[in-house]
Design a protein. Structure first.
Length: 456
């Protein structure tokens, strides 16, 4: 069992401290992330505030967040004259609204990233808040230098590889017995990756399970093969396809499906061996997520659909299965033959609290602009999960009231499909005077606009 908020609260309330900020760590900041003029920094898991106070002394405007209020009480008391904004926020689970859509030059995780379960998702989400050229700095103990009793505070080499995947620039530096990871450019393209195929047999048949949680995030595991994979494996004997997906899910993650259905059948080849893959959509799960087969997987994490294009290496069938559920979220995949089984895809349930807040803000802006006056259209704007129809993009973009969200582009990069701007959808809905049960087809004509010739 992991460390709980109650555990942390007791820790800080008892006056206990962590490793003091060392000169090696201070030098890291100076060498790799010296404050630019007007620079902003975010310290995640700030504890009693030693790191944010040092960042402020270098000229940063600092937001310091911690999930435990007892830590912030001590931080404010210990540093009453420091211009740091102290925020009580669980960076993994809470709505990031307190960050005020901030853009940062530096994000620091000092001795805290090991306590974040969905590390990859959190780091990429914060990476999208970086100003161009910005840095994420992770300072962490190493498992190889940590006792078994304190293993939960440290990262091993496989965890570090998974954590840094999907970043274009990764630099590792030693810092007084700790490892420092300097990350920049947070979106390296997802790359379809194969693994070895058994030499025996004429074909390989498998089932892959697409599982989402109550926030609508999808489950992937970092495998010992050095790639992200969704739960799944070979079909055993004459077992049904959906049954194979349910079985593999339980064997690998400890989760038990409450419902499953076959979405599509994929056929391709790997190293010349024909491959048939059934994509299984899991309707819901019970149980506690664990790494049930540590010889095959290092860890399991929940990922945002719009972040699937920035993960680095992903097992090819897993990537193709994910695009069967969310078309367009991963680009550049090798060809595959798809045979849909379900007449229509079931919606992905759940959403983070951030989506609800952004949707209400979008609706308020559309109403203020005078684009809707009827309660029915306003209610639709407040309740329809717009981001599900644009899984390729982040929530902030999906709920921009003035922006049409491009969902498809041709080989030349020209937009071929989009979700219309919210104000336009509201205006059209008002003019159509829609009634319950109506079916609407929207067709937008795209024209090439030529510039007028230069006048003499």
């Amino acid at each position: 069992m992991g460390v709980t908020r109650t555990d942390w609260s007791e820790h800080y309330s008892q006056g206990r401290v962590f490793r003091r900020l060392g000169d090696d760590e201070r030098n890291l900041i100076v060498e790799h992330a010296l404050a630019p003029e007007g620079g902003r920094a975010l310290d995640v898991g700030c504890g009693t505030g030693e790191m944010p106070v040092y960042l402020a002394s270098l000229g940063y405007e600092v937001d310091a967040v911690d999930a435990v209020d007892a830590a912030l009480v001590r931080a404010r008391a210990d540093h009453p004259d420091t211009a740091v904004r102290w925020l009580c926020l669980d960076i993994e689970r809470d709505d990031p609204a307190p960050l005020d859509s901030g853009v940062y030059d530096l994000v620091v995780f000092r001795l805290s990233v090991a306590f974040v379960h969905d590390r990859t998702r959190v780091l990429h989400a914060l990476g999208r808040r970086l100003r161009e050229g910005g840095t994420v700095l992770i300072i962490t103990p190493l498992a190889a230098h940590t006792s078994a009793k304190k293993r939960h505070i440290a990262l091993d080499e496989e965890e570090i590889t998974a954590l840094t995947c999907g970043w274009k620039s990764v630099q590792r530096v030693a810092a007084g017995g700790l490892a420092a990871l300097v990350l920049r450019e947070p979106c390296a393209d997802t790359v379809a990756t194969e693994r070895s195929v058994p030499a025996t047999g004429y074909a390989v048949a498998g089932a892959l399970a697409v599982v989402t949680n109550v926030e609508g995030r999808v489950l992937l595991g970092w495998s010992k093969r050095g790639m992200w994979e969704i739960p799944g494996g070979k079909i055993e004997g004459a077992e049904p396809l959906d049954g194979a997906g349910v079985r593999e899910l339980a064997e690998e993650t400890g989760l038990h499906a409450t419902g499953a259905s076959v979405v599509t059948i994929l056929t391709d080849a790997a190293q010349g061996v024909p491959r048939v893959t059934a994509v299984i959509r899991i309707a819901g799960v019970t149980g506690t997520l664990i790494t049930a087969e540590p010889d095959k997987f290092t860890r399991w994490e929940w990922h945002d659909p719009h972040g699937l294009g920035c993960l680095g290496p992903v097992f090819t069938p897993s990537a193709q299965a994910l695009t069967a559920v969310w078309p367009g979220v991963i680009h550049g995949l090798p060809p595959v033959n798809a045979y849909p089984v379900a007449a229509e895809l079931a919606p992905v349930p759940g959403e983070p609290a951030e989506a609800v807040r952004l949707r209400h803000a979008m609706t308020d802006a559309v109403i203020a602009g005078g684009w809707t006056c009827s309660s029915a259209v306003q209610e639709a704007l407040r309740t329809v999960p717009r981001h599900r129809f644009a899984p390729e993009t982040d929530l902030k973009t999906a709920y921009d009231d003035d922006l049409a969200v491009v969902t498809r582009r041709d080989q030349n990069g020209r937009a071929t499909s989009s979700v219309s701007a919210a104000w336009l959808q509201a205006d059209m809905a008002e003019q159509l005077h829609l009634e319950p049960g109506a079916t609407v087809l929207e067709v937008l004509e795209s024209r090439q606009v030529r510039s007028p010739p230069d006048l003499p």
